[in-house]
Design a protein around this ligand. Structure first.
Ligand SMILES: NC(=O)c1ccc[n+]([C@@H]2O[C@H](COP(=O)([O-])OP(=O)(O)OC[C@H]3O[C@@H](n4cnc5c(N)ncnc54)[C@H](O)[C@@H]3O)[C@@H](O)[C@H]2O)c1
Length: 424
């Protein structure tokens, strides 16, 4: 089939590359010329495991353009994978989605617009009206939300837990289902509003688990239990399961914070106060800030103290720093008068005002009064921690992801503190 993908970002590029790999002819359209030029030249503008190889392998079947008509010409399906960032009010900003819808040319055959961007429930209905108002009745609409996680997105796309297809017309759902031939996964076919809600509810369930285990961690800290053991103990219960039970310094990224806020606002706009989600969001905000308290308890005032942030990306395997806990930490530390150094193997922190971004983790640790492990990069597990300690002025280590072995770290002379782990 012929597929146009609007948006050459994390989702659009993975979608385009994977669909090409499944044998479809793909054109990816973006409005940023430099991005399209780079892609045409074989460069991949984002860090995503396996994506570069997939694009290279399918070079014959994937093209890049800035032109709407060149993308839509001959296409059977048009994927919308543009950004839907939060507005000031917390609602999703759908302006890029509307631009795509309004720019669609008239076509003399049936085509299907498939929404991959995460949008509020009700968006599909509004898009349908907008298409009808423009006389584009032969343009079908399907909600086909994306559940891939950055860092494992290519694998997740090819091996999804499920594919959700919400449609107004079953024939349009058939087209999108056929597009997934070759992918072995349950297909959930439903109405458009339910498909939209499945995406928001899935993210809400995941962030609820994260804030839940973070609160358990905080109670562990106050009572002497160890959250890593507790998580293992409850995760083995088949009714609970082990995923998303790792306590840490809070969730970030381009999806969880904005999508939980968007669902909260969607509920509020509909006259309902989603109290559980409100709490989940607030717990997360507080969690990011708890590290500051941990540092102050050991170091006193942070004014003039050097704190090294190890990891800037919101999670390992990606260069994405959107809503990363590192941003809140850096901001709070600078506000307290601390000197902040940082290192990340792929995320580019050069735009972070006031943060000294080092070329290596060891360099970031030179003369530091404390280190905070922010992102659980494997490179940090493999770091020469004896050397790391030797370089620091004071061996205080806050492991914000509970990645390191406390006994081993204490063996290197660190004053080690994790999240919800028993004190020494
Ligand atoms: N990042 C993820 O892992 C992920 C996972 C699931 C769902 N989503 C959702 O998918 C959507 C896209 O997310 P992303 O992370 O890929 O965003 P992104 O910011 O990385 O990419 C969006 C791209 O769309 C382009 N764009 C804007 N207007 C356009 C237009 N009119 N035509 C063509 N391109 C246009 C932008 O230039 C940008 O390159 C969002 O709604 C997000 O919530 C993201």
């Amino acid at each position: 089939m012929k597929v146009a993908v609007f948006g050459a970002g994390y989702v659009g590029l993975v979608t385009g590359a994977c669909l090409a790999d499944l044998g479809h002819e793909v054109v990816v359209r973006d409005i940023v010329e430099e991005r399209i030029d780079a892609l045409r030249g074989g460069e991949v503008p984002i860090h995503e495991e396996g994506l570069a190889q997939l694009l290279e392998r399918n070079r014959e079947r994937i093209r890049f353009t800035t032109e709407v008509n060149a993308a839509v010409e001959g296409a059977d399906v048009i994927y919308v994978a543009v950004g839907t960032p939060p507005t000031y009010s917390g609602d999703a900003d759908l302006s890029a989605v509307w631009t795509v819808v309004d720019e669609l040319p008239e076509v003399d055959r049936r085509i299907v617009v498939a929404m991959k961007s995460t949008v509020p429930v009700g968006t599909g209905r509004t898009v349908r009206h907008r298409l009808d108002d423009r006389g584009l009745e032969n343009v079908g609409y399907v909600s086909n939300p994306e559940f891939t996680a950055e860092g494992t997105a290519v694998h997740d796309f090819m091996h999804p837990d499920r594919v959700v297809i919400g449609a107004f017309d079953p024939a349009d759902a058939d087209v999108v289902e056929r597009l997934h031939d070759g992918i072995d996964a349950p297909i959930i076919r439903c109405d458009v509003a339910s498909a939209e809600m499945i995406k928001l509810a899935a993210n809400a369930a995941l962030v609820t688990r994260i804030s839940f285990i973070n609160e358990i961690a905080n109670v562990c800290e106050a009572t002497g239990a160890d959250v890593t053991t507790v998580a293992q103990g409850i995760g083995l219960d088949h009714r609970i399961g082990p995923a998303f039970l790792r306590a840490g310094i809070g969730f970030g990224g381009s999806c969880f914070p904005k999508d939980s806020l968007a669902l909260k606002q969607l509920a509020a706009n509909s006259g309902y106060s989603f109290q559980l989600l409100n709490a989940v969001i607030e717990v997360n905000e507080l969690q990011k800030r708890r590290v500051i308290g941990k540092l102050e308890r050991r170091l006193g005032s942070l004014r003039g103290k050097k704190v090294a942030l190890l990891g800037l990306a919101f999670k390992p395997g990606t260069d994405d720093m959107r809503e990363a806990p590192s941003l809140v930490l850096a901001g709070r530390l600078l506000a307290e008068g601390a000197e902040v150094s940082a290192w990340d193997p792929v995320a580019d922190g050069r735009h972070l005002d006031g943060v000294d971004v080092a070329g290596s983790a060891l360099e970031a640790l030179d003369g530091a009064d404390a280190a905070v492990l922010v992102t659980e990069w494997p490179e940090l597990r493999a770091l020469d921690w004896a050397e790391a300690g030797a370089r620091m002025r004071n061996r205080l280590l806050v492991d914000g992801r509970n990645m390191l072995d406390p006994v081993e770290m204490r063996g290197y002379g660190f004053d080690y503190e994790g999240i919800g782990r028993a004190a020494e």
